[in-house]
Design a protein around this ligand. Structure first.
Ligand code: SAM
Length: 261
């Protein structure tokens, strides 16, 4: 296996550049850190294009499996220094393994609503931590996909991928403009349930006819009127204290589990 010690090595530079959205968009690649996340990728059929590891991880059986998977697709495997791992992950205590994988987005029209009981659409989600947490929750509840509507943050940013804890490889992701989503939603076979702080309907009383599609709003603005007009019903999760709203990822978790109860 090749050993690399220089920060100016072209592969190291290319992996570091994947912190930039422009670079991720242009290359279609993303970084997953840690042996657990890399193994999630390998076990779900996503072989790394590049695999970097520190010497301390070299003998781990899961690393050996990841190396095999990488080499099988003619990917690059390199042993690197702790300094390089720290620079690549921008952390003082970096993970000992870093994988570079191909992004995957599925077409809205290729989604089969019958495949899952609950589906999640997010309008203009902005916070990568929220998005990653929602992908993780969608995986935990076996949702069919997370659909990103309008201009959203990047699910493949390092921050979002970290927050998914490996679920980035398990949950199909789709992107749609507002217009595309409205047209697609028109033929949705189950309930479409939106979330609005001004709604009169308690989220526990709504009908979640399967497959249920839940629609969540942006962290600052919530759902604008044109989006709030799309669901069969808009619901509110009761707010009993002084807080006027829930964090988006918490509200999405509550909605996913209400829809799958
Ligand atoms: N100021 C925004 C508003 O007026 O809608 C707050 C948005 S809230 C932080 C972000 C998203 O989380 C909302 O669009 C909604 O999807 C969901 N959400 C948060 N609290 C909720 C609640 N109590 N009931 C229903 N949805 C909620």
């Amino acid at each position: 296996m090749k050993a690399v010690t220089s920060l100016t090595n072209p592969t190291v530079k290319a992996v570091r550049a994947l912190h930039l959205r422009k670079e991720r968009d242009e290359t279609g690649l993303f970084v997953a850190e840690g042996l657990k996340n890399v193994t999630e990728g390998v076990e779900t059929g996503h072989a790394p294009k590049i695999l970097m590891y520190g010497r301390e991880a070299a003998d781990h059986p899961l690393l050996k499996a990841a190396v095999q998977a990488t080499l099988a697709v003619r990917g690059e495997v390199i042993e690197v220094t702790p300094d390089i791992l720290a620079k690549v992950s921008r952390r003082d205590n970096p993970q000992a393994v870093v994988g570079v994988f191909a992004q995957r987005f599925v077409d809205l029209d290729s989604l089969d609503p019958g495949r899952a009981e609950c589906w999640v659409a997010l309008h203009r989600v902005r916070d990568p931590g929220n998005l990653g947490t929602i992908v993780r929750t969608a995986d935990a509840a076996s949702c069919g996909a997370v659909i990103l509507v309008g201009e959203c943050c990047d699910p493949y940013s390092v921050e979002a991928v970290r927050a998914t804890m490996g679920s980035i490889f398990a949950v199909p992701l789709a992107k749609a403009s507002e217009t595309e989503f409205a047209a697609w939603r028109a033929s949705w076979p189950g309930s479409v349930v939106g979330t609005l702080l001004t709604a009169d309907v308690d989220h526990r009383r709504a009908e979640y006819r399967k497959p249920a599609l839940i629609l969540m709003g942006n962290e600052q603005q919530g759902l604008p009127p044109d989006m709030a007009a799309l669901p069969d019903v808009n619901v509110k999760i009761p707010m009993r204290g002084r807080a006027d709203s829930l964090n988006l990822s918490v509200a999405t978790g509550i909605m996913i589990y209400a829809a799958t109860a």
